[in-house]
Design a protein around this ligand. Structure first.
Ligand SMILES: [Zn+2]
Length: 308
């Protein structure tokens, strides 16, 4: 009988405890009158801050998020010019010390070189240029051991030829955080960092966005518009520094597009005189602009500048 009362008491206690928990979970709701000046001003200020930061417009970390493939944007159509925004005025150098560029973004040995090579010694630490989330960690043909970090403005930075990868996919990394060690894995002659900068799967000329020439590590502007010229390797030479004429507005980007070099891809049966007639460019000019001789044999697929 005693135990019966004890059970009843315990039951009653637990019921009262449950109802207390339930009461404490009930939240009172208030409605805010947005017409009160102090509140409407605060809301407007918040909106301005959100608009100014711009990069928060879109959640880039979930956009085409795929940790299995190098380029998840393969079938995605890009709208040019591309607009890139930065919250910061500097990037973190991907290596310690002086950045010695041994090969630039551009045409190299009849192939596109879609990144920039920065000299290092195997085992040197390699850092993420910005805050972000690691999207891809793999052994990638040509690139060797590779780490790709997606940043909050949609840019991705690729660190290739690493000897060691120090992060996992979906890890959050800070600007300047070590993501691996440099090396020679993949198709690399000597130890160096092959660095690529991608936006929606297209490689942008890294020097168009960032100044690598000194230790200031400057981002060229907080808003940069990218035309096809800066995402096309054959418009640049990996041995030469391209002259950067930055577009900081959409209008500038559209205007600069008009001045872009016209490129013709050689087809079967083409001759210099046929191309010269078609584009109304003299053979002498074709030879000069493309550093070829009148007697040079044209290869199918070869790109020629056909500026008048
Ligand atoms: Zn490279």
């Amino acid at each position: 009988m005693k135990s019966f009362y004890l059970i009843i008491c315990a039951l009653l206690l637990s019921i009262s405890a449950q109802s207390q928990t339930k009461d404490s979970l009930e939240v009172e709701t208030y409605t805010i009158d947005v017409n009160i000046p102090i509140i409407s001003n605060a809301l407007n200020a918040l909106k301005t801050v959100q608009e100014a930061s711009g990069n928060n417009d879109k959640d880039w970390i979930t956009d085409h998020w795929n940790t299995k493939v190098f380029n998840p944007y393969k079938n995605h159509t890009k709208e040019y010019p591309l607009q890139i925004k930065f919250d910061d005025s500097t990037y973190a150098s991907p290596i310690f010390g002086e950045k010695v560029v041994t090969s630039r973004y551009g045409w190299r040995n009849r192939r596109p070189h879609k990144g920039i090579d920065i000299d290092l010694v195997t085992g040197d630490e390699v850092m993420s240029m910005f805050d972000g989330v690691v999207r891809y960690v793999n052994y990638h043909s040509g690139h060797g051991k590779t780490v790709v970090v997606r940043h909050f403005n949609g840019l991705e930075t690729v660190y290739a030829h690493l000897s060691q990868q120090a992060v996992k996919v979906n890890d959050t990394v800070r600007k300047g955080q070590v993501i691996g060690l440099g090396g020679t894995t993949g198709n690399a002659r000597g130890s160096h960092l092959h660095l690529e900068v991608l936006y929606q799967g297209v490689q942008i000329h890294p020097e168009y966005l960032f100044d690598f020439s000194n230790e200031e590590n400057k981002i060229r502007n907080d808003e940069i518009w990218v035309t096809r010229r800066w995402t096309t390797a054959y418009r640049h030479n990996s041995k030469r520094k391209s002259k950067v004429e930055l577009c900081t507005t959409e209008e500038e980007a559209i205007a600069s597009r008009a001045n872009e070099k016209k490129i013709y891809t050689v087809r079967r049966g083409d001759t210099l005189s046929r191309i010269s007639n078609k584009y109304n460019v003299s053979i002498a000019k074709l030879c000069k602009d493309n550093a070829i001789r009148k007697t040079s044999t044209l290869r199918i697929g070869q790109k020629l500048i056909v500026n008048q």
